[in-house]
Write a new protein. Structure first.
Length: 163
């Protein structure tokens, strides 16, 4: 129970940070506000229904946020597979969203609960450093021509002193 409270506190801190660092967030829709009320009341199934509708609505201004809360609600309803699919959809469709990092934290929380060390190790391993940019190499100058040596006269047998 202690671990569950701690992970919930961490998740809420991440969410609060994401909410306060909003640069130009769209105004919240009534549907999203309703979903957050359902989440606060821990009515996960109802929240999932409302959030699915919001995430699938192309006119919803905060679809990325709706996807995050959908994944969160699916996780709380113990539909882990759906939560992971939703996180993947958020990462794929909204790569630059401020909700991607909290969703990745949610993935780690799910991996911890499922004791999926392979996922944790994959997440903890930093990606390989990028290859250094290719610098144009200066052209290599052709070697200077070597002056031809004068030809030696052919050796004759008599050129050696007699014994």
């Amino acid at each position: 129970m202690k671990h569950h409270r701690l992970s919930r506190v961490i998740l809420l801190a991440i969410i609060a940070l994401a909410c306060t660092t909003s640069l130009a967030a769209e105004p919240e829709s009534k549907r999203l506000a309703r979903a957050k009320d359902l989440i606060a009341d821990e009515q996960w199934a109802l929240a999932v229904d409302v959030l699915k509708a919001a995430a699938d609505d192309s006119k919803e201004a905060n679809r990325d946020e709706a996807l995050f809360w959908l994944a969160h609600s699916q996780n709380q309803a113990r539909d882990t597979a759906a939560a992971l699919d939703t996180i993947g959809r958020l990462e794929r469709d909204f790569r630059a969203s401020r909700w991607v990092k909290p969703a990745q934290s949610l993935r780690i929380e799910i991996a911890q609960r499922l004791r999926r060390n392979d996922v944790l190790w994959y997440t903890a391993t930093p990606p390989p450093p990028p290859a250094p940019p290719a610098r144009p190499t200066p052209p290599v100058a052709a070697p200077a021509p070597v002056a031809a040596l004068p030809a030696l006269p052919p050796m004759s047998r008599r050129s050696h002193p007699p014994p």
